[in-house]
Design a protein around this ligand. Structure first.
Ligand code: NAP
Length: 287
């Protein structure tokens, strides 16, 4: 079997078009555009590119995107004060603080300060708790994108065996929660898991979120499985996933490429989250 490709670039265009339509309707109804504020501290080149892309993508779909670029020596107090200001501003629907933060700033303190209803990254413990309790929450963008890709395959998730390799709070755990909510039987694997190849071979849905290039070999993939590769690893200047793509595609039914798979879906889902947040905020303020 040669896998069908889950084209994240193409699907992310569809999501962006859906958001654009949603934004147009929102503006018509409420007389203002949804607002997304992206906060960057420092001059990390990769973070500069990511945040500029987020601001640009927001503007392209009609969201009022604002980028705050703060110097690397910004104090924690100053950053928290900016977040307080954005939290209190009614025109702001989404707030995103780009990670990593410089070492003088406590990341947890900062993420906890973003108002949960504006937390479009879905990293606030309240949103993580809501997700774990199966209640509506702002879901982290990458996991949201993975689920949208899975839906594209048309596979029946109910009862499927899912293995998620990686247990970070921003990727592995929320993906596992979302798969569970779809009635998959979910196992979360990590660096201490025994017989990882054997476990992966049981998976109808295999999600790799590790950060180790080509770690998941082709013969770890069950015939006909759907493989979602979240990993982004730079090897000799090229991007590689966590899955040995050329081998795995000979066994999977569907597979995401790297680049061009999960990556492009993440920004599209950030835009989607901003619209979701804007809609929820206007409907809760009119109650
Ligand atoms: P992370 O916080 O470093 O977590 C990595 C996870 O992988 C940990 O749970 C770790 O286990 C596990 N792990 C490490 N080595 C392993 C091994 N040999 N066998 C089994 N599990 C192992 O990383 P992350 O933030 O979740 O990101 C994971 C990958 O996704 C990275 O490549 C990152 O760049 C990429 N990513 C992509 C997007 C996107 O938009 N496509 C977004 C976010 C992240 P322990 O918990 O036991 O240490």
């Amino acid at each position: 079997m040669t896998a069908q490709i889950l084209d994240g670039k193409k699907l992310s265009e569809t999501v962006r078009n859906e958001v654009r339509d949603g934004v147009t309707a929102f503006v018509k109804e409420h007389g203002r555009a949804p607002g997304l504020e992206v906060v960057l501290v420092g001059e990390d080149p990769a973070s500069q590119v990511y945040t500029r892309n987020k601001e640009k993508a927001a503007k392209e779909v009609g969201i009022r995107g604002v980028l705050h670029s703060l110097p690397a020596d910004t104090s924690e107090t100053a950053l928290l004060a900016l977040l307080d200001k954005l939290n209190a501003d009614d025109a702001v629907d989404g707030i995103l603080v780009q990670l990593p933060l410089p070492k003088q700033i406590d990341e947890k303190k900062v993420l906890d300060r973003v108002a949960p209803e504006k937390d479009v990254d879905g990293f606030h413990p309240i949103n993580a708790g809501l997700l774990a309790s199966g209640r509506p929450a702002l879901v982290p963008c990458t996991p949201r994108g993975c689920m949208r890709m899975l839906r594209e395959t048309g596979m029946k998730l109910e009862g499927a065996r899912a293995v998620v390799v990686g247990r970070s709070n921003i990727v592995g755990k929320p993906i596992a929660q979302l798969l569970l909510a779809e009635n998959c039987t979910v196992t979360i694997a990590h660096s201490k898991t025994r017989d990882l190849p054997g476990l992966c071979r049981e998976a109808d849905v295999l999600v790799a979120a590790v950060g180790r290039a080509k770690m998941i070999k082709g013969d770890w993939v069950k015939e006909g499985a759907v493989v979602i590769d979240v990993g982004i690893n730079r090897v000799d200047g090229k991007l590689q996933g966590d899955v040995a793509y050329d081998e795995a595609k000979e066994r999977a039914s569907w597979i995401t490429p790297v680049p061009g798979g999960v990556g492009p879906m993440t920004i599209a889902c950030l835009l989607e989250n901003t619209l979701v947040s804007a809609r929820r905020r206007v409907s809760s303020s009119s109650r």
